[in-house]
Structures are given as structure tokens and as C-alpha cells.
Design a protein around this ligand. Structure first.
Ligand code: ATP
Length: 261
């Protein structure tokens, strides 16, 4: 088991945004979290990735209790994430966005910087190499010297995934990666996620677009009002009465809210 939560809770005042969630994901799995708007999915990501402290419960990552570990340390331990809204550095080039993403992995300290040591030069060379490889991997080589803000929307989202990969994660959390994408961009994203899996990554995603979920997820976990109300294979889950009720209707597909950001 790569990641596990035990009775995880996050409250905001009187609101139980995440309520007693027992969750796990195994190495190599692709798991999707679905649920109506406001059901606690992003808050779950925020707590698991160390951005927000848990109110109670435990988070175990690679057999270690990381419940109180901070976000940068979680990244260093091998978990990376993307956000619902694009968080690139708009005025940096595609390439430089990746080099910045590499920062958490850096070994050279201030002293190295001052004397521009061989170690730092070696690290710079490796960062260049990594940026080249990641841009190639996500199909953005032609855009490498363009500022992030000038990239087409789908390309910006792929660059975010590449930036998360720059920290060399074992587990990647993707928060609505297809939000705002057109069908062609969603197809490209599907292919990219399949290649992430081939690369050996474990993938946990929040997604509203059922086409993507049905195509890529091996297991689906359903949240409602902060609680995990169902889980199973995609086709089992969509017919689960509790899930249908959470979405208030007979067809999950047609009723899942598809928001554009
Ligand atoms: N920082 C915060 N402070 C107070 N309340 C918050 C905070 N973050 C989230 N919430 C509340 O927690 C609940 C869960 O929100 P969350 O964003 O986790 O849901 P979600 O399932 O990701 O929704 P969506 O699909 O709309 O992104 C909501 O009622 C939301 O208003």
C-alpha cells in the first residue's frame, strides 16, 4: 500500500469537509475520486499533501506516518500534485517552470551557490536534461522557450503535470486535470495519463468528466458531504444506489456537474 488514510477528518469551524475517510491506493494503481461539488475532494487532497493540517486521523505514506509532515517534505518523500486552477509561473518559459519545479529535489546549498561549485554545475546540467526529457514526455518540446502564459490551455495543463513530475514523485495527485479542456485536449490527457502509468507512477485524480474516469480509472472512490460513500470498479460504482442518490438522478454521466474554470 503506497498511501493510506485512517479516519481522516478536516473541519472548518462546524463544517466537516472531510469526515472519517478510510482510503488507500496501491503502488501502480489509477484511482479516481468523484463526488458532487463541495463534497470534500480537494480538501482531502490538501490534507493528504500536507497543505492543510488534518483535524484528526492518520495519513500513512510509504509505511511512514506523515500526518504532521509539511507539504515540501511530503513532496520530497515522493508525492506531487497539480491544482484545480493553473498555478504555473506565467512569465517564466515552459522550460524554466520545470527547473523551478525541480527545486525540492536540489542538493546544493547556499555555499555551493556562492562558489558555483562543480556540484552545482552538475546539478544544473541534470536539471537541463530533466527539463528536456519532461518537455518531450508531455509533448511540449516546441513550446520550451515560450512563456507559460502564452501556451494554449491544454498545453498549460500538461506543463503543470510535467512540473509535478520534476520532483520525481511515486504518487501524483491530479486535481481535475481535464477541467476546461476541449474533447481533443481530453484525448491527449488520457494518453498522457496512460503513459504516466507506464512510467510506473501511481495516480490519484479528482475528476468530473466521467468519460475520463471511465476510461482511465481502475477504481473509483465516491465522496459525498465529506464522507466516502462508495468505491469499486467504475462500472460498478456508477450503478450504486448511494452514488446515484448523491448525484440526485438515474444517470451519473448526465448529472455529474461539469464545471469550467
Ligand atoms: N479553506 C476553507 N475554509 C473554509 N471552508 C472550506 C475551505 N476549503 C473548503 N471549504 C469547504 O469545505 C467543503 C468541501 O470543499 P472542497 O473544495 O473540498 O470540495 P470539492 O469536492 O473539492 O468540491 P469541488 O468539486 O467544487 O471542487 C465545502 O463546503 C467548502 O466550502
Amino acid at each position: 500500500m503506497l498511501l493510506k488514510t485512517e479516519k481522516l477528518c478536516k473541519t472548518f469551524g462546524g463544517l466537516r469537509a472531510v469526515n472519517n475517510v478510510d482510503f488507500h491506493i496501491d503502488t501502480g494503481e489509477v484511482v479516481a475520486i468523484i463526488g458532487p461539488n463541495g463534497s470534500g475532494k480537494t480538501t482531502f487532497f490538501n490534507v493528504v499533501s500536507g497543505i492543510m493540517p488534518a483535524t484528526s486521523g492518520r495519513i500513512i505514506f510509504k509505511d511512514e506516518d506523515v500526518t504532521k509532515v509539511e507539504a515540501h517534505d511530503i513532496t520530497r518523500r515522493g508525492m506531487a500534485r497539480t491544482f484545480q486552477n493553473i498555478r504555473l509561473f506565467p512569465n517564466l518559459t515552459a522550460r524554466d517552470n520545470l527547473i523551478v519545479g525541480r527545486y525540492s529535489r536540489g542538493r546544493s546549498g547556499l555555499w555551493d551557490g556562492l562558489i558555483h561549485s562543480a556540484r552545482l554545475k552538475e546539478e544544473e546540467r541534470r536539471n537541463e536534461e530533466m527539463a528536456r526529457e519532461l518537455l518531450e514526455f508531455v509533448g511540449l518540446t516546441p513550446y520550451r522557450n515560450l512563456m507559460a502564459k502564452n501556451l494554449p490551455y491544454g498545453a498549460q495543463r500538461r506543463l503543470e503535470i510535467a512540473r509535478a513530475l520534476a520532483s520525481e514523485p511515486e504518487l501524483i495527485l491530479l486535481d481535475e486535470p481535464a477541467a476546461g479542456m476541449n474533447p481533443r485536449e481530453v484525448d491527449e490527457l488520457l494518453k498522457l495519463i496512460a503513459r504516466l502509468k507506464e512510467r510506473g507512477l501511481t495516480i490519484l485524480l479528482i475528476e468530473h468528466q466521467m468519460r475520463l474516469v471511465m476510461n482511465i480509472a481502475e477504481r473509483v472512490v465516491v465522496f459525498d458531504h465529506g464522507e466516502k460513500i462508495a468505491e469499486g470498479r467504475p462500472h460498478e460504482v456508477r450503478h450504486n444506489p448511494k452514488v446515484v442518490e448523491a448525484y440526485i438522478g438515474p444517470e451519473v454521466d448526465s448529472l455529474v456537474k461539469h464545471r469550467r474554470h
